[in-house]
Design a protein around this ligand. Structure first.
Ligand SMILES: Nc1ncnc2c1ncn2[C@@H]1O[C@H](COP(=O)(O)OP(=O)(O)O)[C@@H](O)[C@H]1O
Ligand SMILES: [Mg+2]
Length: 365
């Protein structure tokens, strides 16, 4: 019998929401349909503003949470109608929500998106707030995708590294004979996106073409790599609280050439991720990349250069399209929650133990 779940992921890039309808019966991940709803510039700006301290935060967060629920419902319904299915066919939606604050060191993380309203709008059971329980158990609450990476991409014959190039980049090391390792390596697309918006008026640098035309500023790169986060040992996770425009502005010299800064930001993502793989995945023979950053050709070439002779392949070649891996992971996390199974990996997050993740908002009927 099919076990249909919807997964919804809207990540730190603030680009929009990815929805996936997947059949998760018997250990498989069969993607039946997918949809993407873009946030647009206004919503993106309002969400970005909410990731830093400001006035009237509770009202702004709650109002934006309601808007997100409508967008999440739209994405869910689009995926369903693409597959010729209805809400009644789906066991649950796994909804990550939109992170506006991630502070595991202070014991909390906040993802907005009004899961109760999403359950009302769709009539489908919604599982949300996956990260809080892991943090309550002493973990980082992130990354949560490594357990799904293990299910989708593990190979008994070789160690593999999975690199998710979202707004923040995260790494999973699928080791042979021991549980996976995983952590955020640092910025993925978020700083490059910010810089492209500021100087080109575009949400991202298409294919990394602008960066590829620039020259890496070695001194600036060194100042960036001096950030203590890069040297900290895992478990560790990060977000826009650290890698944000103020962090970048604090390191720039006046008169820096914008194109060279973009080239340097691309280099920062590639070098920090490649170093993390070399330092923590020495036995790796293959790097599988996913997330929107895989569409940044210059970034992928940069990673390949730094990681040769190991191949860097898109997850497209390994059964799950690169843009859908995280959404599929949250569909699977919803299934884990409904079936009373753990979703976190203590070896990754540092939590005291495995925990059933998420709060459940029951659907109609
Ligand atoms: N054609 C492209 N060229 C360069 N970058 C791209 C392209 N398409 C998508 N991206 C990048 O991917 C990001 C979205 O990736 P995504 O995996 O959804 O991240 P997140 O999980 O943080 O939302 C965009 O913000 C952009 O930086
Ligand atoms: Mg996204």
């Amino acid at each position: 019998m099919a076990q249909l779940y919807l997964g919804l992921m809207s990540g730190t890039s603030l680009d929009g929401v990815d929805a996936v309808l997947a059949d998760l019966d018997r250990g498989q991940t069969v993607i039946l349909a997918a949809a993407h709803v873009d946030f647009g510039a206004d919503l993106r700006n309002e969400l970005a503003a909410l990731t830093c301290s400001g006035s009237n935060e509770i009202d702004r967060a709650s109002t934006l949470g309601n808007r997100l629920a409508s967008i999440y419902a739209e994405a869910s319904m689009r995926a369903l109608s693409d597959a010729g299915r209805t809400a009644a066919d789906v066991r649950a939606i796994g909804c990550h929500g939109q992170t506006v604050r991630h502070r595991p060191e202070r014991g909390y993380t906040v993802q907005i998106g009004n899961a109760a309203l999403l359950a009302e709008l769709t009539g489908i059971t919604v599982v949300a707030d996956f990260r809080s329980r892991d943090i309550a158990a002493g973990g980082q609450g992130a990354p949560l995708v490594p357990a799904f990476h293990a299910r989708a991409f593990a190979d008994a014959n070789e160690e593999r590294a999975i690199l998710n190039l979202g707004g923040i980049a995260n790494l999973t090391v699928l080791r042979r004979g021991s549980s996976p390792l995983g952590f955020d390596t640092g910025p993925g697309n978020c700083l490059m996106d910010h810089w492209a918006q500021r100087h080109l008026g575009r949400p991202y640098d298409d294919n990394g073409a602008w960066a590829a035309d620039g020259t890496v500023d070695a001194a600036l790169l060194e100042r960036m790599l001096d950030e203590v986060y890069f040297r900290a040992e895992p478990p560790k996770s990060t977000g826009r609280e650290l890698f944000n425009p103020a962090w970048l502005d604090g390191l720039l010299h006046p008169g820096a050439n914008p194109r060279d800064v973009q080239a340097t930001l691309l280099e920062l993502t590639a070098v920090s991720a490649a170093r993390a793989i070399r330092d923590h995945a020495g036995g790796t023979r293959r790097v599988i990349a996913c997330g929107g950053g895989t569409r940044n050709t210059a970034l992928m070439r940069g990673l390949e250069r730094r990681l040769a002779p190991w191949p860097v392949e898109s997850s497209d070649c390994h059964g799950v399209p690169a843009q859908l891996v995280e959404a599929a992971a949250f569909a699977w996390l919803a299934q884990q929650a409904l079936e009373g199974r753990g979703g976190n990996l203590p070896s990754v997050t540092g939590a005291k133990g495995s925990r059933i993740l998420g709060a459940i908002h029951h659907g109609a009927g």
